[in-house]
Design a binder for this molecule. Structure first.
Ligand code: DQA
Length: 150
């Protein structure tokens, strides 16, 4: 039997992690975060699918394709977090657990980062933990899935 899949979604500019403002986002590359998330998922019997895009519509398509297929979504939407109501509306159509993830803590930064359109839909928001947030978000997703499905 194939293993249940968790979808990790990465929004705009996260492809530049490692080079981009390392004093805020750290020195790890996106690749490193995906590897640690995948390792955690696999160690608990799940598969991890990852998709990064700088395009809002591509992320929305990825959410649509996750419906009735993946067991949880972990999403770091980048700056789309703060204004993308279309990404919000796409996530509303997904009925599994959604975990919001940020390397930094947007609520301790510029005022325009204090709003999250994803937060009301997420069972948890993991923020300000840097690289450690990735495996933690996977654990949170799996715990929520297992709580509901045994
Ligand atoms: C971020 C926080 C956002 O405000 C920002 O636009 C990002 C990264 C984070 O992981 O801390 O691109 O989502």
């Amino acid at each position: 039997m194939s293993r249940p899949v968790i979808l990790l979604l990465s929004g705009p500019n996260l492809n530049l992690l490692g080079e981009r403002e390392p004093e805020i986002y750290g020195h790890e590359r996106l690749l490193d975060h995906v590897a640690s998330a995948r390792e955690r998922a696999q160690s608990r019997g799940f598969d991890l699918e990852h998709m990064q895009s700088n395009h809002e519509g591509a992320l929305i398509d990825a959410v649509h394709s996750a419906r009735k297929r993946v067991v949880a979504i972990v999403i770091n939407p980048g700056a789309l977090t703060h204004y993308s109501w279309s990404l919000h509306d796409a996530l509303v159509t997904y009925d599994g657990p959604i975990i919001e993830l940020h390397l930094s803590n947007p609520k301790e930064r510029e005022p325009w980062r204090h709003i999250s359109v994803v937060e009301p839909l997420a069972i948890a928001s993991i923020v300000g933990k840097g690289a450690a947030g990735y495996p933690e978000a996977i654990d949170t997703a799996i715990d929520a899935y297992q709580e509901k499905n045994g």
